[in-house]
Ligand binder design. Structure first.
Ligand code: NAD
Length: 491
């Protein structure tokens, strides 16, 4: 992917969504504004889609799906690869819009766009895993299963990695033979219009529909649509619970839920403090302001190295370069939205009220460039105790809570004692300790001497309120199919 940026002219104006192969506005004619979180200036508008638009999208998807299914996995894989190639040509433009719209820093976001394309190609590559089985269920007959798509799948995505999620989260359902309706977040919706334009050129009309709008309007209409049985949601646990309830009022539905995290990183005494610090900083994903479900936002330092690691950690966090997200050297940008900014500030205050020790950060950074926009310094709290709000609740911001531990059983009880169980990290040079501890961390994705990275082909998903289902692997592809048993009586 080229690194030279093609700067689009700002503001971007009224961008379109995609329904039934047409780039269009909302039926209501209403629009939603999106602002640059670095300076609060208007960047562009997207259609404020609602129930009418979701219905149009459903009708188009339902009409297009049988032919999409009928062409078979090989041809569908060709479409996905073609789409990835086309999007790659617009990667610079998408990257630029994405950085402006999210506030995430450009150097790391370049990887995001690439990861979306890689996911399209990954699922194209495992097209032929859509296989059934034969079962010796009775003597003299033949029993077999086939996998069939659900039909129309609804995918609702969050604000933190908009283009990566918009691209990658439609790959598996499409590969499995479904048509999709994607609902981007209203907080950072602009890059989805590039995806809409490329899908309009490449995909058969109606196979991909992108409906922008509010959660309570477009999102709710997808969730409550009586004929969209298979839903996949990435977002907060609170919304995840609300949509299960809403859907259950209408029909029996199947959900994948990729929800929040409050993830532990446990550091043993034998770890080089510099390595622990590097791992903890990478694990916080400061490049997108800690706004990552997988951020290891609870750091458990063994008593014997606690002070040494904390001192080095604070020095490194203080040295992080906050700045213009489009600057290649920036290491952290602004928080995504006003609402999210207020939420992070609430937790910083809560940490202080609950008695944690604020060791760095905790406020808007000084300087003219930070006067407007949603800027918060990277923040570290020490002496965090398990009953504090910053120890239990997902902040989804650049706030790291540091715990001191002596007894591993106690440490694990605290690490596992929150409502979430998405990721976790164990740091030690002792192989046995590493594996035994990793097995005791009650999370769906655990790194040993690592943090943050995702690996295609490895199932990603959460325990407890972090969600249900697994993505980024063959499991996800198969989860977009229903299994049918066929019994052939050979007489
Ligand atoms: P959110 O739950 O507020 O919104 C997510 C999406 O749901 C948005 O598109 C929104 O418009 C829509 N929505 C909101 N209310 C709805 C409703 N009633 N019906 C239907 N749709 C509705 O989450 P967010 O603030 O955009 O994202 C942050 C959250 O996402 C964090 O909790 C984070 O941990 C989580 N997340 C999880 C993963 C994962 O893979 N587990 C990845 C990224 C983010």
């Amino acid at each position: 992917m080229s690194t030279a940026l093609k700067m689009p002219k700002l503001p971007l104006g009224k961008m379109k969504m995609l329904i039934g192969g047409e780039l269009c506005a909302a039926a209501s004619g209403r629009w939603l504004e999106s602002v640059n979180p670095a300076n609060e200036e208007l960047l562009g508008e997207v259609p404020r889609g609602d129930k009418q638009d979701v219905e149009r999208a459903y009708q188009a998807a339902a009409k297009a799906q049988p032919a999409w299914e009928a062409i078979g996995p090989g041809k569908r894989a060709e479409y996905l690869r073609k789409l990835a190639d086309a999007l790659e040509k617009r990667a610079e433009e998408a990257l630029h819009i994405e950085v402006l719209d999210t506030g995430n820093t450009i150097a790391k976001m370049r990887f995001d766009v690439g990861s979306g394309l890689e996911t399209l190609r990954f699922y194209a590559g495992i097209a032929h895993e859509l296989k059934g089985m034969t079962v010796p269920a009775s003597v003299g007959n033949l029993h077999l299963t086939v996998r069939e798509p659900y039909g129309v799948v609804g995918r609702i995505i969050p604000f933190n990695h908009p283009i990566m999620f918009a691209i990658s989260k439609m790959a598996a359902p499409l590969m499995a033979g479904n048509a999709v309706i994607v609902k981007p977040s209203e907080q950072s919706p602009l890059s989805s219009s590039i995806l809409a334009e490329e899908c309009q050129k490449i995909m058969p009309p109606g196979v991909v529909n992108i409906v922008t709008g509010l959660g309570m309007e477009a999102g709710d209409a997808i969730v409550r649509h009586p004929h969209i049985k298979r839903l996949a949601f990435t977002g907060s646990a609170k919304t995840g619970m609300a949509i299960q309830k809403a859907a259950a009022e209408v029909a029996v539905k199947i959900f994948s839920l990729e929800l929040g995290g409050k993830n532990p990183m446990i550091v043993f005494p034998d770890v080089d403090p510099d390595k622990a610090v590097a791992g903890a900083i990478a694990g916080m994903n400061f490049a997108w302001q800690g706004q990552s479900c997988g951020s290891t936002s609870r750091l458990f330092l063994h008593d014997s190295i606690h002070d040494a690691v904390l001192e080095k950690l604070v020095a490194k966090v203080k040295a992080l370069k906050l700045g213009e997200p489009l600057d290649e050297t920036s290491q952290m940008g602004p928080i995504n939205s006003k609402g999210q900014y207020e939420k992070v500030m609430y937790y910083i205050k809560a940490g202080q009220e609950d008695g944690a020790r604020l060791v760095t950060g905790g406020k808007r950074p000084a300087g003219k460039q930070f006067e407007k926009g949603y800027w918060i310094e990277p923040t570290v709290f020490a002496d965090v105790k398990p009953d504090m709000r910053i120890a239990r609740e997902e902040i989804f911001g650049p706030v790291l809570s540091v715990f001191r531990w002596k007894d591993l059983d106690e440490c694990l009880a605290i690490a596992n004692g929150v409502e979430y169980g998405l990721t976790g990290a164990v740091w030690t040079n002792n192989l046995q300790t590493a594996i035994k501890t990793a097995l005791r961390v009650k999370s769906g994705y655990v790194w040993i001497n690592g943090t943050s990275a995702h690996y295609k082909g490895m199932p990603f998903g959460g325990y407890r309120n972090s969600g249900t289902g697994r993505e980024e692997a063959t499991d996800e592809l198969l989860s977009y199919t229903e299994e049918k048993s066929i019994h052939i009586m050979l007489g």
